[in-house]
Design a protein around this ligand. Structure first.
Ligand code: GDP
Ligand code: IMO
Ligand code: MG
Length: 432
């Protein structure tokens, strides 16, 4: 059962794109299971950098099948843009990309509503979303009024689905956000244009995934966002609107839980977060600035500055439990090269109690004081190191400390953005 899931263990941007691209070489299929173009997965090789938002991070490896699962919300414009960008660098998507015919479509009114809600500060809780319409689109999915990719196959049915939404959406947008929805015909025509682009990629991915599994193909499920942004397990309400943790791979790709063989967690050597919400180890001082500067911590999707802080073992332990992590992947250790002292948070202190399990209560998360262990920095270069033995002793100790603390071993230590900047300590699957 060579099916592995790669998940982010923090608040996203852990370096999942780099790792999935790296693993893609040794698998047959890479499949996205949730989220949408709120994701920004960066891949660097041959001195080039690509950021993927919707298309799975295996696309740069010839012959690998890339699947967009039913759990993903698909924005037509974003998808078409990304397809064009890839075609411009000679990547032929036909036969390489398939899209579930059960995925929900992000409509223009979802984006307007997302952005409108964020602007109306005071009336609504500002989340700091990417403004891509992700939340409103998933809300419609759950409310059973969403438009799905399979609806594009039948013009009459598609029209009826849009009609069922149009009146309500235009009234809500107008009265709440003072926004005029484009005319019905315009919206419908745009869907008809999208249909021409996408129809040939649509397949029943439930059947496909089942077949691939029965053929013993190696499948890598690509998580977007991170565990702390999961709608159920994250720092609610400051989360995204899908299950980014490993369970999402089952529902978002129709892979039965019994068929998942491995779950790998990607974790940065420190912590970042974009948007609003509690962040116990956030640093608002020179150290935070240094992490942001050296780590180039700007969002790959929105360009927003990422908030930075020390490694949080409460978060990591929680993510190990929620996802059932078998092995860890540590990224961006090189960003710590210039720190004299490095801290790791092992608990949250609040009103005399130290919490080592993730509390649900936002009041605790917002007001707690992190309990830190301190580690002497290595003050040497790890950037670009390819062999664990070549790491400075204190960097090795940092990795070992984290591994002991989390009672989980590391499969990869990443020492730079490029594919080559990688220390691989074991195979993805036991037999590869
Ligand atoms: P993702 O959303 O999890 O795929 O991560 P992003 O692509 O949004 O952000 C990770 C950033 O860190 C990207 O700019 C990557 O190129 C970069 N990156 C990944 N791994 C490393 C690493 O080990 N060291 C450094 N310095 N940068 C890395
Ligand atoms: P990748 O896959 C980091 C954050 C947003 C916001 C919250 C909700 O690149 O790791 P949304 O637009 O999803 O409704 O926003 O989630 N967010 C991410 N942060 N990386 C991501 O994806 C993110 N996708 C969403 O900043 O705080
Ligand atoms: Mg990202």
């Amino acid at each position: 059962m060579p099916v592995a899931v790669v998940v982010g263990m923090q608040w996203g941007d852990e370096g999942k794109g780099k790792i999935i691209d790296l693993f893609a070489e040794n698998v047959d299929v890479v499949a996205r299971y949730q989220g949408g173009h709120n994701a920004g997965h960066t891949i660097c090789f041959d001195e080039k950098e690509f950021v993927l938002h919707l298309i799975p991070s295996g696309i740069f490896h010839e012959g690998k099948l890339c699947v967009i699962g039913n759990g993903v919300v698909v924005d037509p414009m974003a998808l078409a843009d990304e397809m064009r960008q890839l075609e411009a660098v000679d990547i032929d998507l036909e036969g390489r990309l398939v899209i579930s015919d059960r995925a929900n479509i992000i409509m223009p009114y979802h984006g307007v509503s997302d952005q409108g809600r964020e602007k109306e500060n005071g009336k609504f809780q500002k989340i700091g979303t990417t403004g891509r319409g992700i939340g409103p689109s998933y809300a419609d999915k759950i409310a059973r009024i969403g438009i799905r990719t399979c609806d594009l196959r039948d013009e009459k049915y598609l029209r009826s689905r849009l009609e069922a939404n149009y009146e309500e959406k235009s009234q809500v947008l107008k009265s709440l956000y003072g926004q005029q929805l484009p005319g019905f015909d315009g919206l419908f025509n745009d869907l008809m244009v999208f249909r021409e682009v996408i129809l040939k990629y649509l397949v029943d991915t439930q059947v496909l995934m089942n077949k691939l599994i029965s053929q013993n193909k190696k499948i890598l499920c690509e998580g977007a966002q991170g565990t702390m942004l999961d709608v159920d397990h994250g720092t609610y309400p400051f989360v995204t609107s899908s299950n980014s943790s490993s369970g999402g791979a089952c529902t978002g790709l129709a892979i039965p839980p019994t068929k998942i063989d491995r779950v790998l967690g990607v974790v940065k050597a420190y912590t970042t977060r974009v948007g609003e919400g509690p962040f116990p180890t956030e640093l608002l001082d020179a150290d935070g600035e240094q992490l942001g500067k050296v780590g180039h911590e700007f969002g790959a999707t929105t360009g927003r500055q990422r908030r930075c802080g020390w490694f949080d073992a409460v978060v990591a332990r929680y993510a190990i439990q929620i996802n059932g992590i078998d092995a860890l992947i540590l990224t961006k250790i090189d960003v710590l090269d210039g720190f004299k002292t490095i801290k790791v948070c092992t608990g949250y202190k609040f009103e005399g109690t130290v919490y080592s399990d993730m509390p649900a209560d936002p009041k605790i998360l917002e007001n707690c004081e992190p309990v830190y262990t301190e580690h002497e920095g290595w003050m040497e270069k790890t950037a670009g190191t390819k062999d664990f033995d070549d790491l400075p002793e204190k960097a090795k100790n940092y990795v070992k400390y984290l591994s002991d603390l989390l009672e989980t071993s590391f499969l990869i230590v990443s020492t730079g953005p490029d594919r080559e900047d990688t220390i691989q300590l074991g195979p993805l699957f036991a037999d590869s």
